[in-house]
Design a protein around this ligand. Structure first.
Ligand code: HPA
Length: 248
């Protein structure tokens, strides 16, 4: 493809509409790429969009695969490595997540300040790919502080409140039991979801800066836990897309 992106976007559950704001030059279905992992989940399309957002060359993934779909971790993170090889220096990830912070509400946006990997296997297990990065990558600033500061400035300009917090990635596909939500809060998480963490590990491994936003679609907080379904998660994510688009 004759297109060199500077920024890569990964659009999560119910959040693919952001792509409508792009000036799209070219699209490519994942199925056109031999061996490329294709999502089996409703609400996840499966294609790359190449185009511009306010003049910045961007590659966007509408849809991604998750570990719970049965793909090996190496396949889950392959797209991030690919977009890095195409030239992306920044990856921006969006996801839907359950809030475990007592101060969160459904519909909140959370800028991800850090992450916890403990609940999923690392995608870097196995022989290190030296061309990509070092054996023991630093994770002291997994999410770029500079990008978070810029997002804060934009949210302030728009008089929109955003939360900040730590995202913990799980294997899924179950939502959490009340005991698990509580454990994750005690561990130091503010939100929990089934994606993002592996991608951010490989991005840090190969020197791509990360920025992440979670849409808090439901709460894992004692007294506020209700039955969660994928459809409700998608609907809740859908509702905050305009604010998320402004920040992105
Ligand atoms: N848990 C895990 N993943 C999620 C949740 C949740 O409560 N909500 C949206 N994605």
């Amino acid at each position: 493809i004759k297109f060199q992106p500077k920024v890569a976007l990964i659009l999560g559950s119910g959040l693919g509409d952001y792509a409508e704001t792009m000036q799209v030059e070219e699209t490519m279905e994942y199925t056109e790429i031999e061996g490329f992992p294709v999502s089996t989940v409703a609400g996840h399309k499966g294609r790359f969009l190449f185009g511009y957002v306010e003049g910045v060359p961007v590659v966007a993934m509408q849809g991604r695969v998750h570990f719970y779909e049965g793909y090996p971790m190496q396949d889950v993170v392959l797209p991030v490595r690919l977009m890095g090889m195409l030239g992306a220096k920044i990856v921006m990830l969006t996801n839907a997540a359950g809030g475990v912070n007592f101060d969160f509400h459904p519909g909140d946006l959370m800028l991800i300040t850090d992450q916890i990997t403990t609940a999923v296997p690392s995608p870097l297990i196995g022989p290190n790919i030296e061309e990509l990065g070092v054996r023991f990558p630093d994770m002291s600033e997994a999410y770029s502080k500079e990008l978070i500061r810029k997002a804060d400035e934009i949210a302030e300009e728009k008089a929109s409140k955003v939360q900040h917090g730590v995202y913990i990635g799980t294997q899924g596909p179950t939502f959490e039991t009340p005991a698990e939500y509580k454990m994750f809060r005690i561990w130091g998480a503010d939100a929990v979801g089934m994606s993002t963490v592996p991608e951010v590990i490989v991005a840090n491994h190969c020197g791509i800066k990360c920025f992440g936003i979670s849409v808090i679609t439901d709460l894992g907080v004692e007294g506020k836990i209700v039955e969660v379904s994928h459809e409700e998660v998608q609907k809740a994510a859908d509702a905050v897309q305009p604010l998320m688009a402004e920040i992105m």
